[in-house]
Each structure stands twice: as C-alpha cells, then as structure tokens.
Design a protein around this ligand. Structure first.
Ligand SMILES: Cc1cc2nc3c(=O)[nH]c(=O)nc-3n(C[C@H](O)[C@H](O)[C@H](O)COP(=O)(O)OP(=O)(O)OC[C@H]3O[C@@H](n4cnc5c(N)ncnc54)[C@H](O)[C@@H]3O)c2cc1C
Length: 225
C-alpha cells in the first residue's frame, strides 16, 4: 500500500534552487526552465532535486521492507514497533507463485507454478499457525518484543517515509528494473506514478518516466543557463 501524505515543493523548486547560482528566480515555469531541469538531470547536477520532498505512508511485507530500507541516503523513516504493538498482524499472501528464473541466480520468471493453489493454501495455513503461536506466547505473558520472533517474513509492516525527489528517483530506477523483485517493482512503480503527477518535469528528467501529458509551455521568458 502506497499513500502519498504530502509533498513539499514542485518543479519550480528545482528550477529556483538551480537559478539561485545566478541570483535569478522564476515565478512561472517556462520552456527555458524545462530545458534547465533536463540539463541538470542529464549532467548529474542532482542537488537542486534534493529540495522537493514527499512523505508517504507505506505498508509492505517484512521481506520487501528489508530491501526497501537498503535505500538510505535522502530518506527519513519511522516504523510501527512490534515491541509496543501486539495486535494481530496482517500477512501478505500472493495470488500467484512464480517459478524461479533458470537463467539468473536470483529472480523469477512469469511462469506460474503448477501447484499454485495448493502452495498458497499451505502458506495461508503457515501464517495462521504462526499467529496462533504468537497469541499463545502472549497469553503465557511473553513480552511482545520476544513473541514477535515467531511471526513470518510475510507479516505486513507500516512506516512513514520522507525523501527527496532525488532519493526517490534513485530508488525508483533501481527497483523498477526488471532484475528487481516483482513485488518491490510494483511498489516503486506506484511511487513513480504519484511523483510524476506532482513533479512532472523533474520526475521525467530524472527517471525518463514517460508521462502521458508532459506539458510543453509557450516560451515567454527564457531563463535557461
Ligand atoms: C536488483 C537488486 C539486487 C540487489 N541484490 C543485493 C544483494 O544480493 N545483496 C545485498 O546486500 N544488496 C543487494 N541489493 C541492494 C543494493 O546493494 C543497495 O544496497 C540498494 O540498491 C540501495 O542502493 P542505493 O544506491 O539507493 O543506496 P543508499 O545507501 O541509499 O546510497 C545512495 C547513494 O549514496 C552513495 N553512497 C552511499 N553509501 C556510500 C558509501 N559508503 N560510500 C560511497 N558512496 C556511498 C552512493 O552513490 C549510493 O548510490 C540489491 C539491489 C537491487 C536493486
């Protein structure tokens, strides 16, 4: 689950962070500004993209969150703590189980396994048994911080994350790559769609995101440098 909570800034934030070098400021995005944003991204002048920020509420299974949390630079996160919370957790359960990739050491192929329903039912049962044991331990006065050890990796965790546009672009590019796990690709894709709406020019410049309605403005005043 990806929920955009708030954003700070817009495409002009990037433009004006760059234009301060020349003691200039744009009040309305021009074609010159759009060219400038593309130039900055193409030449790896990333600091202007540090200024816009986005905050999300994210929910994902622990095994994907572990990958997500590897992206550290430019992010702040606060996560639900199972040292405090001892309510029943949610569990991730797929509709389809994929076969492993025969050509790569890691990854999967599109092909669904033969005994899909059977294996998913087994996973569901495993989750239910884990939850039962968790509650059993709590009933025996085991503290939540130790009882949680029996919960599976597919348990859903929740966190609030704030990151710069540059940080999200790096995460997006790495995690929408076909070599990344499908489940993280989907989450990164959601982030990309939401940020493309809020920062259409900057996001397209940073990620080559093909936005269907990328605006082309009438060039009134060119501030391109
Ligand atoms: C498809 C895929 C497979 C992966 N497989 C594995 C795996 O098998 N095992 C594994 O451990 N990880 C794996 N990773 C995780 C990967 O190694 C990175 O930790 C992760 O992608 C985060 O990268 P990042 O550049 O966003 O990291 P961040 O830590 O957010 O760093 C951002 C950038 O800051 C700079 N930076 C950060 N730290 C340093 C530093 N110490 N010195 C110099 N520059 C720094 C780099 O330019 C870096 O790109 C995988 C990632 C992907 C996408």
């Amino acid at each position: 689950m990806v929920e955009l909570l708030e954003v700070f800034g817009d495409d002009l934030t990037v433009v004006n962070a760059a234009r301060v070098s020349f003691a200039k400021e744009s009040t309305k995005l021009t074609n010159g500004d759009i060219k400038l944003v593309k130039y900055l991204a193409d030449h790896n002048h990333v600091t202007p993209f540090f200024h816009p920020q986005a905050r999300f509420r994210l929910k994902m299974p622990i095994f994907i969150a572990r990958e997500w949390f590897r992206h550290q630079i430019g992010f702040a996160r606060n996560e639900v703590s199972r040292r405090y919370v001892d309510t029943d957790p949610e569990f991730w359960l797929p509709e389809e189980l994929r076969e492993r990739d025969t050509n790569k050491k890691q990854g999967s192929q599109d092909k669904r396994i033969q005994y899909n329903g059977h294996c998913i039912a087994k996973m569901k049962k495993h989750n239910e048994q884990s939850l039962e044991l968790y509650k059993y331990l709590l009933d025996f006065k085991v503290c939540p911080e130790q009882a949680r050890a029996v919960l599976p990796q597919c348990m859903i965790t929740e966190f609030i994350e704030t990151g710069s546009l540059a940080a999200y672009a790096r995460l997006y590019k790495l995690r929408t790559d076909p070599s990344a796990q499908r489940e993280i690709q989907e989450l990164a894709g959601c982030i990309g769609n939401l940020l493309a709406e809020k920062f259409p020019i900057s996001w397209a410049a940073l990620t080559s995101y093909d936005h269907p309605s990328e605006p082309v403005l009438q060039d009134t005043v060119s501030h391109s440098s």
